[in-house]
Write a protein that binds this ligand. Sequence first.
Ligand code: C2E
Ligand code: MG
Ligand code: MG
Length: 827
Amino acid sequence: MLKVLECMLYEHDLVLVAVSALICVLGCCATTTLLARSLEGPRRHFAGWLTAAAGVFACSVWALHFVAMLAFLPGRAMVYRVDLTALSMVAAFAGALVAFSVALAPDRRRIRVPAGGVVLGLAISGMHYLGVAALSSSASPAFDATTVAASVLVGVGGSTLAVAGMGDLRTLIRRAGVAMSLALAICGLHFTAMAAVTLVPHPVGAGSGSIVGTASLGAAVGGIACLILACSLVAVVIERHLSLRARQELARMRLMSNLAQEVLIVHRDGVVCEVNNAGERLFRAPARHLAGRRLLSLFAEESHAALIRRERCPPAKRRPEEIEIRPVGGTPVAVEISCQTIDHLGRPATVVVLRDLTDRKRNEARIRHLARHDALTDLPNRYDLQERIDLALDHAAREGGQFAVIYIDLDRFKPVNDLYGHAVGDAVLVQVARRIAVDVDLGDTLARIGGDEFIVVQAAAASADRSAALVARMLDSLRQPFTVEGKQIEIGASIGVALYPQDGSTADALLRAADAAMYRAKEGGGGAACFYKVTMNDRLQARLRLGQELAGAVGRGELVLHYQPIVNGITGEVETFEALIRWNHPVRGLVPPVDFIPLAEETGLIGEIGRWVIEAACREAAAWPHPWRVSVNVSPKQFRRTDVCEILAAAIRENGLLPARVVVEVTEGVLIDDAATAVATLQRLRDMGVRVALDDFGTGYSSLSYLQLFKFDKFKIDKSFVRRLGESEDALTLTRTIVNLGHNLGLLVTAEGVETRSQLAILRSLGCDQIQGYLVAKPAPIGSFTPIDRLRTMALFREDVDPASPAQGAGLDAPPDREPVRLGAHV
Ligand code: C2E
Ligand code: MG
Ligand code: MG
């Protein structure tokens, strides 16, 4: 070290040394800027920028060497051999080119740092010692081997440091670091090497080959120094352009990605370049700490396989998929992952998108639960009950043994509703459910199947006595008064019991038998229980008689269609009329469909009745003064047993109706059993141009899976949800969830059973697309819906949402911004 200092201080002109170092530093800065450009520009320009960088670097080494040689005993006349002088430049250029190519190779193998460093160090050493050898015409150099080795080591060391920094040249500081390492390698090597050499001068001309004098060399070095200065200037311009463009591009990209809800991670070759705000939240670290880390290091090991599998998948086959990931130290998150190749600052990179599915999963689970449970009491509903009885049947058939189906119908419940209102009625029902739940055993099922009807499936009813004991407990507890809002309410119950296997071998038969027994208990004045006996089938007889009468109803022209308008949720304009059948019975008067459609399904009459409905609805709709849509209900058995498509196609053709004016309403029941055939039929309807709606949404089996099987045009929220709107925050949340679900799936959402202004206000504020209910109009013959009714309806919708309405009171947001609605565009 001392030797080197002595050599510099006593054997060099320090001004020229400073000039040489300045040229070298400028050249190294220009080299690093050009290298950074090669990384950030398009890949096809990579080789060009790399060659330019190697050229500038070679000139820098060369200029430093020869200016420093001029500084070395400046008074002495020196001549250089042209061939070796030129060769020294070629060595510096070729070596630098190879070293830079290795250092910036995209595969990022660890070997690149030592390999690139050694090649670059040797290139600088080669240039230097060839340059010294070129002096052989005017002096004989003598070398000290140890100091020579030290000089090469300094060159290789500085170069390795520089190559290590070349992995990331995105910031000015990093680029400056690399430039300084390069300058250190060149200057360090040169001045150490000069301490290793002793020149013994001899007369000029003693050597061989062409020679060049100090003056010519000075001119050449001056020219090269100017070239380096020019390159440095260009580099400064590039630098400014680069950082400005990069900053603008990055700022734009960050803004865009931070607007996204999803987690976005941009990585190149598995090394993270960018993470957006959502990613910072997921990984609980600022983006600047995440950048530069390996992608996999952000995730717990169990997530690695899925991430690697995706990365290996060919881009064309990459579909978004659901996986569960666990950020290091975090809890598992269900996400949808998708990857996309993007252009990131001019070079290809991969963006990994993680969409948090936690909310969606929660909503799905909630709606699935909802579909199988009664919203008021949270007990299993009719559909869930059916499945549980089927399970009990399977179990009993396998293991032997018996079980009981117990039908509970409350006495004097209707007057409670009429007298005190629905809210009190609902509170009583909730208390009833709680009391029965206390009476039953752990393995029993308690379900609510209708207004005031509950079913218990007593799983281990080893004897009729056990059922009798349970029934006695229930009668007793339901006889006790209920207290709601300070009011004492006394009701009671009528209970019917059917036992498997003696009273029926299917869920339907057992429920019918328990119903008949309950009916007998009720006939006796209520407050009592009956076990089913075969003689109790009077009710069944009555149903049979009704079935026979129904058989001739079509022929006798006793069926009529009433229509209920479905209006636009924003304007109140009528868009569709739903056709609702009534049976004009000569004795019983107008019989509602709930009293005869199930019977028609059981007896097979549904085919004939369904055909009549479709034909009548199409015929009448064709004669309407406005092209409103007509909506027809098709029950599951009708859908399965008859060719709805053919009947509908014929009716549409014969009446010259536009298919788009017809809507078919089906319930999820059509998809149970043979979903594939049902979906094919629905698709045929769609292909005909007919719209398809899912009726009574939220009351069926597992609604969500069916929504994925076929893309309905709309779904209709069942009136049981609408009725409870405004009564509880929970009902509001559920309805909002359902509306959002529909909109997320791209479906229109209709609310049925809207009876009050406050329900209307809430549904409109939730963005419900269509409204149907008694508030607008009750079902009636089409002629009774007059233009005045239309105006009245629209006036209802023009009124502002009452600020004191439950929608506002419940803290709802303002109605969402929606596209203006085209009238008649809805289904
Ligand atoms: P749906 O298709 O869900 O029809 C809506 C029912 O809700 C109708 O009962 C309608 O009168 C009633 N409704 C409408 N607005 C309100 C309201 O604000 N409050 C209340 N409480 N109820 C309202 P409807 O006419 O008794 O029909 C009952 C069900 O019978 C229908 O339910 C549908 O599933 C079935 N149905 C009706 N007509 C036909 C038909 O032609 N064919 C078949 N297969 N089924 C039909
Ligand atoms: Mg309907
Ligand atoms: Mg409905």
